[in-house]
Design a protein around this ligand. Structure first.
Ligand code: PMV
Length: 326
């Protein structure tokens, strides 16, 4: 039995849209931070059975979800030549499919555990290419701290991998996640980005301006320039949501609480505080600040009523094997 752990990541330079949908090849590169407190734990072992047995947060997942996971494990069966079924038990300590990157930590943990179980000696970079095929953003969760996922140009996707840009200690950050709704999102990122790429008049501008955002964000990280990081990260978030909102049908992931929190964070930022917001395909607001500053931001957040839940994280590590029994 192999047990692996992986953490969700949050993109600062956002990914939205694919150049190849089958292989999850992105239309743009992206830069992310890996979190510590939220986690997926995945246990996997061989079983003598005709099909894989999959348990997800203590329950049997829906049939399409089971098929997707079995199909993903097929890649490891094919590469290793070991045609055995598995029992897979996976648990998240946070809401699933609600814009908290559960698919990123999920496929990163599954890739890490599966490669070990099937005896494959992949580097994390190689594993990121496989994890990407489960969920694009999963490529980034293999690594800790600050991570870049390269768009790549090759047709087979072998150059669309992730790698660490800087260690978590190089610019220590805290991330406050304000959960404004625990409902699963109605439109998946897969469908949302497909529609956006075909219909949003802003999509091309998002794609064309992404390389500069990535460059500025990477420079800000390496120069430890928080305010520059804040500026370009917020720009990338708002551009991605402008693309979402101008898609047909329009995608409004925000709710009124999301907007209230954006306003609060913007006021703090305009007053020179080390703080910025970032939002993914859901209504939750992730507030990024320098490590140690979280209590002050949490105090400010008290002004806003009825936030469903708040998580406070620092930067975390990449995917790891945490248990192995024979
Ligand atoms: O990889 P997916 O399908 O979970 O898509 C992630 C898309 C965003 O979270 C909205 C942006 C990003 O870069 O993580």
């Amino acid at each position: 039995m192999i047990k692996a752990i992986a953490h969700p990541n949050i993109a600062l330079a956002k990914y939205w849209g694919k150049r190849n949908e089958e292989l999850n090849l992105p239309a743009v590169g992206s830069v992310s931070i890996t979190l510590d407190a939220l986690k997926t734990e995945t246990e996997i072992q061989f079983i003598e059975n005709e099909y894989d047995i999959i348990e997800f947060n203590g329950k049997l997942p829906a049939e399409d979800e089971q098929k997707k996971l079995s199909k993903f494990i097929d890649k490891f069966r094919q590469i290793s030549g070991i045609d055995k079924k598995v029992e897979l038990i996976t648990n998240n300590n946070f809401p699933t499919s609600a814009g908290l990157a559960s698919s990123a930590s999920g496929f990163a943990a599954l890739s890490k555990a599966s490669s070990k179980l099937f005896g494959l000696e992949f580097s994390d970079r190689e594993l990121s290419v496989l994890a990407r095929q489960g969920s694009g953003s999963a490529a980034r969760s293999l690594f800790g701290g600050f991570v870049e996922w390269h768009k790549g140009t090759l047709e087979d996707g072998s150059d669309s991998f992730a790698e660490q840009i800087a260690d978590k200690s190089s610019l220590p950050l805290s991330i406050i996640i304000a959960v404004t709704s625990k409902e699963s999102k109605k439109i998946s990122s897969r469908i949302g980005m497909h529609n956006s790429s075909l219909t949003s008049p802003f999509y091309k501008a998002f794609v064309d301006t992404s390389p500069n955002d990535i460059l500025e964000i990477k420079n800000a990280i390496l120069e430890k320039d928080f305010m520059k990081l804040a500026d370009f990260s917020m720009k990338s978030t708002v551009k991605m949501h402008a693309v979402m909102m101008t898609s047909n049908p329009p995608l409004f992931y925000w709710n009124h609480k999301t907007y209230e929190i954006i306003e609060l964070v913007q006021d703090l930022y305009n007053n020179g505080e080390n703080v910025f917001f970032t939002i993914d395909a859901g209504p939750q607001v992730k507030i990024v600040t320098t490590e140690g500053n979280a209590p002050q931001i949490l105090n400010e957040l008290k002004q806003i009523n009825q936030i469903d839940e708040i998580y406070v994280c620092n930067l975390g590590n990449g995917a790891e094997i945490i248990e192995e029994t024979h």
